[in-house]
Design a protein around this ligand. Structure first.
Ligand code: URA
Length: 443
């Protein structure tokens, strides 16, 4: 086999075999096939696409390029959750203890974030002492004891994806559904859980800007799951405005705690209960998701999920006093800068991407992998879509450690709000569900 012949075959629009895909991916991981041939390969996929079987082979080949986590020593059916990413997305921090409190084990490997704010690991690290590097035995024992753990991804998980993603990033081949779907699913499959719950975001603050591409991505990932025998479902959720009201690492931890205390924003709470109800069903619960939603609601109201978060923080060396005293334990920004409405009216739009970029300018996110983030800074929104605001009322508060940056962001954030005189309703958050039977749109 020669790499060039496989590239030409794909360039001419033909479907590749499992062996051909394996040849390229394993050869590339081992350094035998050079970057320039894989770049050309990625570009042919960008223009010619891949069928379902090819995408599944590509995913499996990337899974096999490294280690696969063995979670068989954890009792019960393990369900993982993954979000395609958005602004203010702190779902994992609420969902993991919630599902664990319902006796479904969650052994989660998370990543750091590139972009607006950090990833789950950065957020958790804003809790003093929290350890994200646990060895396999400690990780597995903790899940058996506490029902949940969140750790950093081990370096050898789908190394082909890591190498290929870095190449795609500089060759204009990131925005392609077969490549995105196989990239995400290879890491989830290698992480060893039995089932996978996806949250595919759609809107201005998401990777997928329109519903058709979000649905296609969701369908592609669900089909990959079916091919490799891991049940996969995907919720399609709106990301035209941020999720919840807090954006920034420590601020998002605080909002997650508030949500577990029953004092959080409704959109975040509803999303966690919905994702959780599907996770319970995939873990073997026989009830309807509506019944499971109610069951999780009760667990939340009884404070069991909050207690579970405290147990997980303690087990991973973190300061669990954060639950009762978040402002004392979490890093705090020096300056709080209000952003006032310049006119009365209703919030018609709240550009999630723009708000994410504002958070990034304050220092909450990293532009390069090596950049350091400021865990304390961020934005708290007081008004979201559908809310009425009077002139001079605060729309948001900026948490900054640099006054000059704060002032710059103040002006920019104001422009992210579109306020108009007519009352309008907010947009629904949950737009649809994709499972093995197809797409079910929520009306
Ligand atoms: N996230 C991933 O993990 N891979 C992609 O290709 C895009 C987003």
């Amino acid at each position: 086999m020669r790499a060039v012949d496989i590239i030409v075959k794909k360039r001419n629009g033909k479907a590749l075999s499992k062996e051909e895909i394996n040849f390229l991916i394993q050869g590339y991981t081992q350094g035998i096939i050079p970057d320039y041939q894989l770049s050309a390969f990625a570009m042919t996929i960008y223009f010619q696409g891949m069928d379902e079987a090819e995408i599944a082979h590509l995913t499996s080949s990337m899974v096999q390029s490294g280690n696969q986590v063995d979670l068989s020593r954890i009792r019960g059916i393990k369900v993982d959750k993954h979000s395609t990413g958005g602004v203010g997305d702190k779902t994992t921090l609420v969902l993991i203890p919630l599902v664990a409190a319902a006796s479904v084990p969650v052994a989660k490997m998370s990543g750091r974030g590139l972009g607006h704010t950090g990833g789950t690991l950065d957020k958790l690290e804003s809790i003093p002492g929290f350890q994200i590097n646990l060895d396999d035995d400690t990780f597995i024992n903790q899940v058996n004891r506490v029902q949940c753990a969140v750790i950093g991804q081990t370096t050898n998980l789908a190394p082909a994806d890591k190498k290929l993603y870095a190449l795609r990033d500089v060759t204009g081949t990131v925005e392609n559904i077969p490549l995105i779907a196989s990239s995400i699913m290879s890491k989830k499959i290698a992480a060893g859980t039995d089932a996978i719950m996806l949250d595919v975001k759609v809107g201005s603050g998401a990777f997928m800007k329109d519903m058709a591409s979000a649905e296609e991505l969701a369908r592609t990932m669900v089909a990959i799951g079916a091919h490799v025998g891991r049940e996969t479902r995907a919720l399609l959720t709106n990301m035209d405005q941020p999720l919840g009201c807090h954006i920034g690492n420590a601020l998002e931890v605080k909002e997650a705690i508030q949500t577990l205390q029953g004092k959080g924003p409704e959109d975040l709470r509803d999303l966690c209960l919905t994702l959780g109800s599907h996770m319970l069903q995939m873990a073997g619960a026989k009830e309807d998701t509506r019944v499971l939603y109610d069951k999780l609601e009760k667990i939340l109201a009884e404070g069991k999920a909050l207690k579970k978060l405290a147990q997980m923080i303690e087990a991973q060396g973190g300061d669990a006093r954060v639950i009762d005293e978040p402002d004392r334990i979490l890093p705090q920004a020096q300056f709080m800068i209000p952003v006032m409405a310049e006119q009365e009216g209703c919030v018609h739009a709240l550009n999630a991407l723009e708000i994410g970029q504002c958070a990034m300018l304050l220092g909450a996110g990293r532009e390069t992998k090596e950049a350091k983030i400021d865990l304390a800074v961020g934005i708290v929104l007081h008004k979201k879509m559908g809310d009425w605001v009077k002139r001079g009322e605060p729309l948001a508060t900026l948490y900054a450690n640099d006054q000059q940056k704060g002032q710059l962001v103040q002006e920019r954030l104001l422009k992210a709000y579109h306020i108009a005189p007519e009352q309008t309703a907010g947009k629904p958050l949950i737009l649809g569900l994709v499972d093995q039977e197809g797409t079910h749109m929520m009306s």
